[in-house]
Design a protein around this ligand. Structure first.
Ligand code: ADP
Ligand code: MG
Length: 287
């Protein structure tokens, strides 16, 4: 078995990526579809950043991952590229009716639109549909826009939860990948409760998950912002492993990707709550 490695804030990582990487690795050196590489080249992106080089192969493997890297280091493509690559590989091709495959949660409307735009630039696969959900439109307009089917959904937490609970705008039972981008800001902005509800809702709606009566319900203790110790009983049914390979279309579990510029106690708790085990990628560079 793998040795447990303890990193800061008691975050338990099954492995830590810390090798020295080459300075000028190209997107074309990565094991990703050549159309993605050529789209990146069209917007003048040829060389990977450190966080992209370290994270992309691990995400492609299907591991849960906690990524720490400073603002401006290229975290968006670090998850966008492997998600898109994994979705294009699924055979037979995903259909609009298959529902949402990847949910990307970001703290602000502006970030949602930016991330959505970047997906648009690298996605040449016409059968893969991206969408955003971040307010600024009324609920019904959003519902109409999304109900035809969307595979990659970039959203702010409140609006996403609102639709998950109150509209039937999109199907979430096939979600293979959950990204919490700018996780430190999500927590700072008070979105923890919304995120916990979203994760619970995703797990409870996973109709393709096998019910295992022997599963022990996972209990997670979350320290509340208000200084109260809140015990959150997670009713999700354990399905064996949290490794949820995007690359495996038959996988019954979900992959989780957490990205943050800082590694705080709150982030460690969020990692423990959302992932049974994970790989820790530290791409923080010396200034
Ligand atoms: P972070 O999320 O870590 O703050 P972003 O993903 O927002 O960083 O990227 C910061 C900037 O760097 C963006 O303008 C983005 O387009 C640019 N960028 C990202 N990856 C590359 C790359 N491989 N080559 C050149 N520019 C890049
Ligand atoms: Mg970012």
């Amino acid at each position: 078995g793998q040795k447990d490695i303890y990193v800061k804030s008691n975050t338990r990582a099954k492995s830590v990526v810390e090798e020295v990487f080459s300075a000028d690795k190209k997107f074309s050196d990565l094991d990703i579809h050549k159309y993605i590489v050529s789209n990146l080249e069209k917007i003048n992106f040829t060389t990977v950043t450190t966080v992209q080089e370290k994270s992309i192969p691990i995400i492609l493997k299907g591991d849960n991952v906690l990524i720490r890297s400073q603002t401006g280091s290229g975290k968006t493509l670090a998850y966008a590229i492997p998600i898109l690559d994994a979705l294009q590989k699924i055979n037979p091709r995903i259909q609009r009716g298959d529902g949402v495959q990847a949910i990307i949660i970001v703290p602000t409307r502006e970030l949602a639109l930016q991330s959505h735009e970047l997906f648009g630039k690298i996605n040449t696969f016409q059968w893969i549909v991206t969408g955003h959900l971040c307010g600024g439109e009324n609920r019904n307009t959003e519902k109409t826009r999304l109900r035809k089917g969307v595979h990659i959904l970039i959203a702010t937490p409140g609006r996403l939860l609102d639709h998950m609970l109150h509209t039937n705008a999109f199907k979430i039972h096939n979600v293979r990948c959950l990204v919490l981008d700018e996780a430190d800001r999500l927590l700072d902005m008070g979105f923890k409760r919304d995120i916990v509800r979203i994760v619970e809702e995703l797990d409870n709606t996973k109709t393709n998950a096998e019910y295992n009566p022997m599963a022990i319900l996972k209990k997670t203790h979350f320290t509340d912002d208000d200084n109260n110790e809140t015990a959150i009983t997670d009713s999700r049914k354990a399905t064996g492993t949290d490794l949820m390979p995007l690359k495996d279309p038959n996988s019954k579990t979900r992959q989780t990707i957490l990205l943050s510029a800082t590694l705080t106690h709150g982030i460690a708790e969020l990692a423990d709550f959302t992932m049974k085990e994970h790989t820790y990628v530290d791409a923080l560079e010396e200034f």
